[in-house]
Design a protein around this ligand. Structure first.
Ligand SMILES: Cc1cc2nc3c(=O)[nH]c(=O)nc-3n(C[C@H](O)[C@H](O)[C@H](O)COP(=O)(O)OP(=O)(O)OC[C@H]3O[C@@H](n4cnc5c(N)ncnc54)[C@H](O)[C@@H]3O)c2cc1C
Length: 422
């Protein structure tokens, strides 16, 4: 890559690389009057893209326009004008990317789900799927990512990336995206993904659709159709990003299905060198404290028995607990019961609760409002127990029992206890 930096750009002129090699320039200005040559920007740049010569910062040919130097400059001497990516040449952008999330040496389930979804989109577009894998000593995750659909892996390893922190992850990701220009970028709608995706999108001037429940490619335009609930879940909106690139979306865990694992499948691995220093990161992880909350992990549960307002009181959740325990499952709840303080919020399933995908979901006294369905409708088998034959939950259910839950649930529990040997 040949740099064509203005050697002596006039004060406040854009000091950016031209559109060499098809790269679109992102104007980063160095305001000469303000730059003191303090060198704070040098360790801040993950790519070694800044030099200081004659007490003046200069961007060199390694600059990826990630913007890390801007945040690091305490003299406001490095600035980027608002990025407007209108009329971007979309033909320069190719490939579907997934940003990996991992914890305790394992790829997060949502990353595997997005690789599966990414493969589907890539096939529609006739392109491939890449995974951006950032961390420290994470090369052991490469084979699993390949087995679940990654064709190419951008592996960025550095001790500073060991635990997720917004700034260094965003700096590295913006650099990768500006350099490789993916057409689509998918991230899990997790605590990390929501934080990172918005930072990247704002920095590179891309659009971002949060919490998508469906993704598809329009055959005629090749645009990504990003569907998500809107207006409190009363409608499903399909959102297009016609002008900016990449098209970015976050997707909640358990909304998409993992692809089939293909052990032995290989991916092309690109080691991306970065130069990161702790000194350049403003935040420190002091301690990681495990939540003292519940042991219930709805999103990993294979069996969920959920209770709704039909239970009439908090005490009656004991019926749900007994059935869940008999089946070796966990207890879920509708928002109505959480709002009524019958059960803590971490049991809530739905649009504003957890999205779940168990093998068996039993809904007891739940009407089946769209916001509840949004969180459980991709369960493998749904059983609904409700005394209203017109309850919408029956339309989503594979099996329905129309009756009084105060009779049906204890009878079911007793029968299962007999069948399962107590
Ligand atoms: C922005 C927004 C986000 C939301 N997010 C969520 C969410 O994440 N999760 C969620 O669940 N809701 C959510 N809601 C609320 C949602 O719209 C419904 O109000 C809620 O799901 C209703 O809960 P329910 O089914 O328990 O209660 P109801 O709708 O009151 O249904 C109770 C059901 O119990 C049945 N019943 C009554 N007595 C018996 C009996 N003896 N035996 C059998 N059946 C009986 C009734 O026929 C009825 O169908 C959200 C709403 C909004 C606006």
């Amino acid at each position: 890559m040949a740099a064509s930096r203005e050697a002596h750009a006039p004060a406040t002129a854009f000091a950016f690389f031209g559109s060499q090699g098809g790269r679109e320039a992102l104007p980063i200005r160095i305001i000469e009057e303000k730059c003191t040559g303090c060198k704070l920007c040098i360790p801040a740049c993950p790519y070694g893209g800044v030099d200081v010569e004659d007490k003046l910062a200069r961007l060199n040919e390694r600059c990826t326009f990630c913007g890390a130097c801007i945040s690091a400059c305490t003299f406001d001497a490095i600035v980027a004008d608002v990025v407007r990516k209108e009329n971007v040449d979309a033909s320069q952008y190719r490939g579907v990317w997934v940003i990996a999330e991992h914890r305790h040496g394992n790829l997060a389930g949502v990353t595997l789900e997005l690789l599966g979804e990414g493969r589907k989109l890539a096939q529609q577009l006739g392109t491939d799927v890449s995974l951006a894998l950032l961390g420290n000593s994470v090369d052991g995750l490469v084979d699993r990512a390949a087995a679940y659909g990654a064709d190419r892996i951008y592996l960025v390893q550095d001790p500073v990336l060991a635990t997720y922190r917004t700034a260094p992850y965003a700096d590295v990701m913006c650099g990768l995206i500006n350099t490789h220009k993916p057409e689509i970028v998918l991230i899990g709608a997790t605590t990390m993904g929501r934080d990172l995706a918005s930072r990247i999108a704002a920095r590179i001037g891309a659009g971002l659709t949060a919490d998508c429940t469906g993704l598809d490619i329009n055959e005629d335009t090749g645009l990504l159709h990003q569907t998500r609930p809107a207006y409190g879940g009363t409608i499903m909106a399909t959102i297009l990003c016609e002008q900016a690139r990449p098209q970015m979306a976050t997707v909640r865990p358990k909304v998409m299905r993992k692809g089939d694992e293909e052990p032995g499948r290989k991916a092309e691995v690109h080691d991306v060198p970065v130069e990161l220093t702790e000194k350049s990161v403003a935040t420190r992880i002091v301690e990681v404290v495990r939540s003292s909350g519940p042991a219930v992990d709805l999103q990993e549960a294979e069996i969920i028995v959920s209770g709704g307002r039909g239970l009439r009181s908090a005490d009656n959740f004991s019926l749900i607990e007994e059935l869940a325990e008999t089946l070796g499952g966990v207890v879920g709840a509708s928002r109505a019961t959480v709002d009524a303080e019958w059960i803590p919020a971490y049991h809530q399933v739905g649009q504003t609760g957890k999205t779940v995908q168990p093998r068996l979901y039993i809904a007891c006294g739940i009407s089946g409002a769209v916001q509840h369905l949004a969180g459980m409708q991709s369960s493998d088998c749904i059983v609904a127990i409700n005394n209203d034959p017109d309850a919408p939950i029956f339309r989503a259910a594979h099996y329905g029992i129309c009756g009084d839950l105060f009779e049906v649930v204890p009878a079911l529990t007793r029968r299962l206890q007999q069948e399962l040997g107590g």
